[in-house]
Design a protein around this ligand. Structure first.
Ligand code: RIB
Length: 336
């Protein structure tokens, strides 16, 4: 088990400096912070949590960070939750998880509770990035994760959704697909809009006409993907491939195709988004856009810790998704 001394030695700073850093006391150069964080990650160090009431009754309160996510059953969000909890615990913070169940009113209630219970910081994945208004956080540091809210000077960490779907659409075109359908996420999310824009931009670059009838709405759920695929099939419009808003939708779409006797990828190629663990073991294994969950979480934690020391900072980071090609796509033309 690594000690403060190990951290200090590797970071080439004093034990006192490491202790102040872990207890969010004092200010440090970015170089010093980086070196201490690297040493903490290297040793996978966990800051010893002092009890809520320590021996000398100093009323040392446990440090906490509130995390609000839309759907804990979606492996993308549960993976984020697990990663954030481990990263925050290294710095002595407990995570308070709030699952808004894709309900904006519930999200607002959780947000109000957390800002009034004086947690040390909040990380928010909003369920509605179009209509969400951020009330005052009473000075509690806030970082938006995955879903940014445009026109707000608030720190966020997300991936380049447009770049991701543009790369996926370009890949489908390059394997001779030119009837590419799109099943979107929810209209009230910037991630859905950005993914649609990436799809449209790729079609435009290859001078492939947009067919609005094979662009259907989804809601990032299995049922949503299933029902969207059902509407596509009922439309009678030909398509040879489908880009979906996320992996869970892709699984719903594949199930609908299977029930209709249509095979993936022989007749229709499918691409997801997220690269959740299920996509690596599904049949067929899913071609998808990998979201760098660890890096997203590490950036969000680093920005939150910096904001605890300097509440006025605003840091906005966009990370790169990566196209992962698996079995659910097959080259060649195959209309049905
Ligand atoms: O799977 C849920 C989706 O909503 C993910 O793609 C994530 O980016 C979020 O926007």
């Amino acid at each position: 088990m690594a000690t403060l001394k190990d951290i200090a030695s590797r970071a080439k700073v004093s034990v006192a400096t490491v202790s102040k850093f872990l207890n969010s006391k004092g200010s440090f150069s970015s170089t010093t912070e980086e070196k201490i964080r690297e040493a903490i990650d290297f040793y996978n160090y966990h800051h010893k949590i002092r009890s809520s009431i320590s021996d000398n009754n100093s009323n040392t309160l446990v440090k906490t960070v509130g995390l609000i996510i839309p759907d804990v059953e979606n492996p993308f969000f549960s993976s984020i939750t697990k990663t954030l909890e481990l990263l925050l615990f290294r710095y002595g913070y407990f995570l308070i998880l709030c699952n808004s169940d894709n309900n904006l009113d519930l999200e607002n209630n959780f947000f109000h509770y957390l800002t009034n219970k004086a947690v040390n910081g909040i990380i928010l994945i909003t369920t509605n990035s179009i209509e969400r208004k951020i009330q005052q956080t009473s000075g509690i540091p806030l970082v938006l994760l995955d879903r940014k809210i445009d026109n707000l000077k608030i720190s966020y960490v997300a991936t380049d959704n447009k770049k991701g779907t543009k790369a996926a659409t370009t890949y489908l075109i390059e394997i001779n697909k030119n009837k590419i359908a799109f099943i979107g996420g929810r209209d009230d999310l910037n991630t859905s809009q950005e993914r649609l824009n990436g799809y449209l931009e790729a079609l435009k670059e290859f001078s492939i006409p947009v067919d609005e009838e094979i662009i259907v709405k989804g809601d990032f759920s299995f049922q949503g993907g299933y029902q969207a695929m059902s509407r596509l099939l009922l439309s009678g419009k030909p398509f040879d491939s489908v880009l979906t808003g996320n992996d869970i939708e892709a699984f719903g779409a594949i199930e609908c195709l299977r029930e209709a006797g249509i095979t993936v990828p022989d007749q229709v190629s499918i691409v997801g988004y997220d690269d959740i663990w299920l996509s690596k073991i599904s049949h067929p294994k899913l071609t998808t856009l990998h979201q760098p969950v660890f890096e997203l979480c590490r950036e969000a934690v680093n920005i939150l810790l910096q904001s605890m020391k300097n509440p006025s900072i605003v840091v906005q980071r966009i990370l790169e998704p990566e196209l992962v090609i698996r079995e659910s796509c097959k080259p060649g033309k195959k209309f049905f």
